[in-house]
Design a protein around this ligand. Structure first.
Ligand SMILES: Nc1ncnc2c1ncn2[C@@H]1O[C@H](COP(=O)(O)OP(=O)(O)OP(=O)(O)O)[C@@H](O)[C@H]1O
Length: 231
């Protein structure tokens, strides 16, 4: 579904990604791990088109997308749940969810039932303003908005950051459900190792702009990964 090959990304003279390769498969969760500032967010932004790359290729469904603008990638099924959630504080919950309609065809312009099945709190808060929700509720809203885009590739940037344990459990359950449904590939950026270990089918660890360790669930060596995550 997703194939990133040899991507280099620069902010001016500073190189944030160095020859990064990563793949993600439908029905599987790929966890991207690493300390602060190693380039995880830059990689997700490169995949979604929010940040242009210096060189390398990014393929979605076998098609090269690295020169396409973000909305074209969204149309091809790429949805990003950004770090910090970036919901619209003055729009209602319903309106926030409806912003996910932009890239989908007319027959899909309906909030999918699973959004409310996975996150019932959103149903009861449809008329509230996004900015009035708690951090955990806003995270659920950000994931709900991405699901409204009917993604084939769901990119989640640290969904557990600053979130209370009960909501982390809800998010974990949602990811497990979406994986089992088998119609999307999921890339999960995490610093919370236990959460990542529980969910990862495949994993990659980054350090200073490079992927330094990768493998499958079977080869996930928690101690080796932990070493790369401690300063
Ligand atoms: N817009 C930008 N302009 C210049 N440098 C940037 C920009 N965004 C990120 N960087 C730098 O690029 C490097 C990678 O940052 P990035 O946010 O991708 O890392 P990260 O692993 O996602 O970290 P975090 O977990 O803190 O989000 C860091 O050194 C960061 O300071």
């Amino acid at each position: 579904m997703l194939s990133v090959q040899n991507v280099n990304l620069y902010y001016g003279a500073a190189q944030a990604l160095r020859g990064v390769s990563l793949s993600a498969t439908i029905g599987r969760v790929t966890c991207l791990l690493g300390r602060n500032g190693v380039g995880k967010t830059s990689l997700l932004r490169a995949i979604s088109g929010m940040q242009s790359i210096g060189s390398g290729t990014i393929q979605v469904d076998g098609q090269e997308v690295s020169r396409l603008p973000p909305y074209e990638r969204a149309r091809r099924g790429v949805a990003l749940v950004p770090q910090g959630r970036e919901i619209f504080p003055l729009l209602t919950v319903k309106e926030n969810l409806e912003t996910g309609f932009a890239p989908v065809s007319r027959e899909h312009k309906k909030i999918p039932d699973e959004v409310f099945e996975l996150f019932p709190v959103l149903q009861s808060m449809l008329k509230r303003r996004g900015g009035d929700l708690s951090g955990g509720q806003q995270q659920q809203l950000a994931i709900g908005r991405a699901l409204t885009m009917r993604p084939k590739l769901l990119l989640l940037d640290e969904p557990t950051e600053g979130i209370q344990p009960s909501v982390i459990k809800d998010i974990g359950r949602a990811i497990t459900f979406l994986r089992q449904r088998g119609d999307m590939a999921i890339v999960l950026v995490e610093q919370y190792l236990d959460f990542a270990h529980e969910l990862a089918d495949d994993f990659a660890v980054m350090d200073r702009g490079e992927v330094v360790l990768s493998g499958t669930r079977e080869t996930f060596d928690v101690e080796a990964v932990r070493k790369h995550m401690t300063v």
